[in-house]
Design a protein around this ligand. Sequence first.
Ligand code: ZN
Length: 563
Amino acid sequence: MKNLTILLLLFTAIINGQNDLPTGYFSNPMDIDLILSGSFGELRSNHFHSGLDIKTQQREGIPIYAPADGYVSRIKVSHYGYGKALYIHHPNGYSTVYAHLQQYAGPIQDYVKKQQYRNESYEIELFPQADMLPVSKGELIAYSGNSGSSGGPHLHFEIRDAASRPMNPMLFGIEIPDTKKPLINTVLAYPVGEDAHIDQKQNPMKLRLILQKDGSYKTEKITALGKIGFGVSTNDQLNGASNKNGVYRITSNYNGTEKFDVLFEKFSFAETRYLNRYIDYGYYQDNRNRVQKLFRESNNPLSIIKNEDESGYITVADGFNSNYVIAVKDFKGNTVTITIPIEGKELPIVEPKKDDKTDSYAYSNEATAFTKGKFSVYIPAESLYEDTYLDIEANGDTLHLHEDNIPLHKNITISVDASNYSESDMDKLFIGRLNWYGDPYYNTTYRQGNKLSARVRTFGNYALVSDTEVPTITPLNFSDGKWISNNETLQLKIEDELSGISNYRATLNGKYILTEYNYKKDVLTYDFDDEVVTETENKLKVIVTDNVGNSTTFEATFFRKPL
Ligand SMILES: [Zn+2]
C-alpha cells in the first residue's frame, strides 16, 4: 500500500512537472487585493510578458513588502523600460523582481541615492553584495509607481528561477480569483502546402465563429485539401477587472490526436523575441490583433511550445471529413473549445497564393546587401525568419525599406553616403525612422568619414534628417529671482523637437544635483529632500543636450530659507 502511494506521488510529479515548486513560499508583495492588468506570457510588442502586472488602485505609493527572506541582488534605474527596478535573491534559488517603482524604501533608497550622487547620474545599475542589503519577509522594500515605460500606475512583479528565466508566478500559489472563460477573438486558417486550399483559396482565411449554447464555438464548415494549419487570437479575463490578459494553455487536436500544445509557464529572455515568429506578424500589423499560430515553423525555437515531434499542421485528404478542435485554458482551468468541421475535397483553385515578387530577394540563412541611391542596407544571416522578397526604394534622402509587415529578429544596418553635405552640416545629421505622419524617430547614428549608419530592427521608411535646433528648457514651478521656500521640488520642462534628448545635467551653486527625467511628461524634477540647501541665494544651472550634440544652458537664481 505504502509503495503504491509513493508510486502514485511519483507519477503525479511526472505528469505535473511542477511539484518541486515551492507553493506558499512567496506572499503577496502588497497589502491590497491582487487584481491584474497583465498576466504571465501575455503577448506584447516584441516580447512575451515576463511577470504579473498588479493594479495599484490607479495611484502610486502603495507599500511593497518582501514576499520572503532574501537580499537585494540588483538595482536598476532607467528612464525607459522597467524604470526603477529592484531584484531580490531568495535562499531557495529564486529571485523576485519589482518594476516601475516610485521609489525604494529605507536603507535601499539611501544606498541608491548615495550611488546616484557618487556617479552623478540618475540612470544607474548596482549589484550589491549578499550581506549589504538583507531583507526579511514582510519588510518594506519599495513603493509602487509608474516609472519607465509604464502606461499607468501598477507593480510589475516577476519570479525568476536560478537560471534567470521568468516563471509564471501563479505556479507558486499566488492566488488570483478567475471564474471567467477566455475570450475568442479570431480564428484563421492557413493553406500551407503548395497545392493546399481552403474553400478554393490559397491565402489565409478568417473563419466565422458560431457561439454554441454551452459557450463553446463552432466555425462554418470549410472545404480543404492538403497541408493546412490554424491560428487563434484569444484573451483571458480575470475577476475584478476588464483587462484582456494572456491565457495559460492552448492545445489542439485533429480527430482526437493531439496536434499542438503551448504552455505559458516559463521561458528565457533569449527566446522572447521569437514571439514575432510565433504570432501572425503581418496580420497584427494590419489589424492590431495577435493571432497565435498553432504550428511550429522553421526558425521558431520557442520552449513554450510543448509538442516536439509534430509541427502542428494537418493534412486533409480528398473525400475525408474531419474535425480540428482548439482548446483554450486559463490558469484556473476555465476552458473554451472551438471545433472546425473540415470536408476534404479536391476543387479548382479560384484564388491563388498572393506573391509580391520584387527584384530584392533575401535568404534567411545568408547575409544580404542592397544598394539603392545613396543608401545601402546590410541584412545579416538569421535576421529574417524566412526567405523574402523585399521592396526597397530610395528617393533622395528617404529610404523605403519594405513595410513593417515582416519581422526582423536581428539588427540590420542602414548606411547613407552624405558627401553632398558640408562637413559642419554632416555633424547635425541622423538616420530617423519615419512614423505614419512622416515625423522622424531618432536612431543612434554613427559617422565614419562621409558615411552615416544606424542599426535598426524594423522595416519601414527611413530618412536622413538634419537637426540644427537646440533643446528648450522652461521652468514649471519657479521663476528667476523669486523666493520659493515652500517648494518641495524644482520642475523644468525639457524638450527637443527632432533628434530628442540625449543627456542633461543640473547643478546648484556649482554642485551636482540629482534630477529625475520623466520622458513621458518631458519633465526634469529635483527633490529638495535630497540635499539640504544651505544658502539663501541659489544659482541653478541646467544643461540639456540633444542626440546630435545641440545643447542649451538654462540659468536662474532663487531664494530659499536655509534649513
Ligand atoms: Zn509588466
